[in-house]
Design a protein around this ligand. Structure first.
Ligand SMILES: *Cc1c(COP(=O)(O)O)cnc(C)c1O
Length: 381
């Protein structure tokens, strides 16, 4: 579809209901579908595999990522797991050393047991990826910007490396959302989302998604999606379709508030280090400028000379920001990666990539910026 982002966010995959004319996609709360004779049906047989509400969402997600095929899953991890099921014992994966904690966990604690080898490198240095490629390499999996230190990986360069080596290239696009960046346009084969975050946007649904362009790859992923069954129900699919209608409005506000928070915090006396891709001196700022349309609402900070106890005191003293896991909702959240989202990563491995005890991750919401800045000031005082 040739429409622009905001139009697709509101309309893609959706049509007035043929029976009633309902403008909003109905919640097809059904597990099964009538067949006139065996095999004579309208394309829907059983809701683990296909459901009209989910289908509308999948088509919308595909359109937003400029892809042909979308698949929705019951969580981001179920989406990730489905990609990993393409692998066989002996296959190798090259991935980032600064990943979402749950991705690190599923790689090392689940799929290593099935004979798959993972190499963890700094993906902001593409040559580190090239060096690990061998005849067993089957997949390159990256996040950009990374969680929580917002490192940038050059999608087009890594896409070129993947193509030359004939390996699959998947990008976890959760932090950017399709509003800020479309990896399929830059050489990725698979885009993965934790829909739970910006796409859903209201902290009321856990869901994941994959978007691809290649029909054969889609068919293979669809096989595992249906065979293993990590698919979401129609109610959650509806909530996400509803959330997506304001994705562009929310993202614009997240980016604006993110900028204001980053600019306020960068010279704050209590802060030793700040990570936000929009800052000129952020490592990877040039890559962010090249491949993202704006810089997002995720900001991480390292407190100056703060112990774990000092840090706990700060993260527990907010009034507008809520101390909680997750990100990307309309409400501002504070997170302590070392003990919360990244608690499953060994201390040494996480500290190597900057996830220190005095690091705080902020998901800047879309409340009034003045209230957010006052809250930051009092919590850091
Ligand atoms: C949250 C998150 C995931 C996992 O998604 P769930 O929906 O929680 O299963 C994966 N990657 C990133 C970057 C995330 O933030």
């Amino acid at each position: 579809m040739g429409y622009k982002f905001a139009t697709k966010a509101i309309h893609a995959g959706q049509h007035a209901d043929p029976t009633t004319g309902a403008v909003m996609t109905p919640i097809y709360q059904t597990s099964t579908y009538q067949q006139a004779a065996p095999g004579d049906h309208k394309g829907y047989e059983y809701s683990r595999g296909t459901n009209p509400t989910r289908k509308a969402l999948e088509d919308c997600l595909a359109a937003l990522e400029n892809g042909k095929y979308g698949l929705a899953f019951s969580s981001g991890m179920a989406a990730t797991e489905t990609v990993l099921k393409l692998l066989r014992p002996g296959d190798e994966v090259i991935t980032g050393d600064d990943l979402y904690g749950g991705s690190y966990r599923i790689f090392t604690k689940v799929f290593e047991h099935y004979g798959i080898k993972f190499h963890f490198v700094n993906t902001s240095k593409p040559e580190q990826i090239s060096k690990k490629i061998n005849s067993n390499t089957r997949l390159i999996w990256i996040e950009t910007p990374t969680n929580p230190t917002l490192k940038l990986a050059d999608i087009a360069i890594i896409g070129g490396i993947a193509k030359a080596a004939g390996v699959l290239f998947a990008v976890d696009n959760t932090f950017a959302s399709p509003y800020l960046q479309n990896p399929l346009d830059m050489g990725a084969d698979i885009v993965m989302h934790s829909v739970t975050k910006y796409i859903g946007g209201h902290s009321d649904v856990v869901m994941g998604a994959l978007v691809v362009n290649d029909k054969e790859l889609y068919d293979e992923l669809f096989f595992y999606y249906n065979a293993c069954g990590g698919t979401p129900g129609p109610q959650d699919s509806f909530l996400v379709l509803r959330g997506i209608k304001t994705l562009h409005l929310r993202m614009k506000a997240h980016c604006e508030n993110g900028r204001r928070v980053a600019e306020y915090l960068k010279s704050h006396r209590k802060i030793a280090k700040i990570y936000w891709p929009g800052l000129e001196d952020h490592e990877g700022h040039d890559v962010a400028k090249k491949q993202m349309r704006d810089f997002g609402g995720m900001v991480s900070i390292v407190l100056k000379d703060a112990t774990l106890q000092d840090t706990f005191k700060v993260v527990s003293s907010f009034r507008v920001f809520t101390l909680a896991e997750s990100l990307g909702g309309v409400e501002s959240l504070i997170n302590h990666p070392a003990t919360m989202t990244h608690g499953s990563i060994p201390k040494e491995a996480r500290e190597k990539v900057g996830v220190v005890d005095n690091l705080i991750r902020i998901s800047v919401g879309v409340e009034d910026i003045d209230d957010l800045l006052v809250d930051l000031e009092q919590a850091l005082a």
